[in-house]
Design a protein around this ligand. Structure first.
Ligand SMILES: [Zn+2]
Length: 219
């Protein structure tokens, strides 16, 4: 059973996933993402894994109880400190995790919110250009990473495209859905003593530096 359980929160596009990967390497944490746990349980054919597989095959989202069960089973096997990425996703999951940790006498570690203003997230998405050659798939940004020649991929010379998912309308619709679940989750954690906000609107290396410093604050 793990010693401490940390949680990384952030909107899609906040860079949270990339930061999580760097953090687990730097601090020797165990990286637990819901997607990985699901895939692992499905491939092992555990009872919960088979249930999750059937739900996904029907095109539905795996329900909170099944996700919680999979995560708790995985936590039982962990010996290192854990960093969650993408879990808990809902208030129900957060409450269930709290109860589970209390029942095992494990402390909740840091709950860190990689905070990026919505208008910055929108600019990141709207300025994104993707290589139209699927075999290449290079990603550019009109401001932060422009191609050498406008509209042309540096790597393979194919035209760049603006994906339908990368428009303001698509972004705002996704953010609306995300916030309906995320804001109650944030409210649940943000009053607690372990909550920390990190300014995510900086160079990824600076964000990483702040995160490392924070996690080392109380090792
Ligand atoms: Zn390309």
């Amino acid at each position: 059973m793990s010693a401490r359980t940390h949680i990384l929160l952030g909107a899609p596009g906040s860079g949270k996933g990339t930061q999580a990967k760097r953090l687990v390497d730097e601090l020797s944490l165990s990286h637990l993402s819901t997607g990985d746990i699901l895939r692992d349980a499905v491939s092992k054919g555990t009872e919960l894994g088979l249930r999750a597989k059937a739900i996904m095959a029907s095109g539905k989202l795996v329900d909170d109880d099944t996700v919680n069960g999979l995560v708790f089973a995985r936590l039982q096997d962990e010996t290192q400190d854990v960093l969650f990425d993408g879990y808990p996703r809902t208030l129900q999951q957060a409450e269930a995790l709290g109860n589970f940790l209390s029942s095992k006498g494990i402390g909740l570690g840091f709950v860190v919110n990689v905070d990026v203003p919505p208008e910055v997230l929108e600019a990141r998405v709207v300025g994104r250009r993707t290589c139209s050659n699927n075999a290449c798939g290079a990603i550019y940004h009109l401001e932060s990473k422009p191609p050498k020649t406008e509209g042309v991929c540096d790597l393979c010379g194919s035209p760049l495209k603006h994906r339908a998912d990368d428009t303001s309308e698509a972004f705002r619709s996704r953010m609306g859905e995300f916030n309906a679940t995320f804001q109650p989750l944030l409210a649940f954690y943000s009053g607690g003593p372990n909550y920390r906000r990190v300014d995510g609107n900086r160079h990824p290396d600076q964000v990483f530096g702040s995160l490392v410093q924070l996690f080392r604050e109380k090792a």
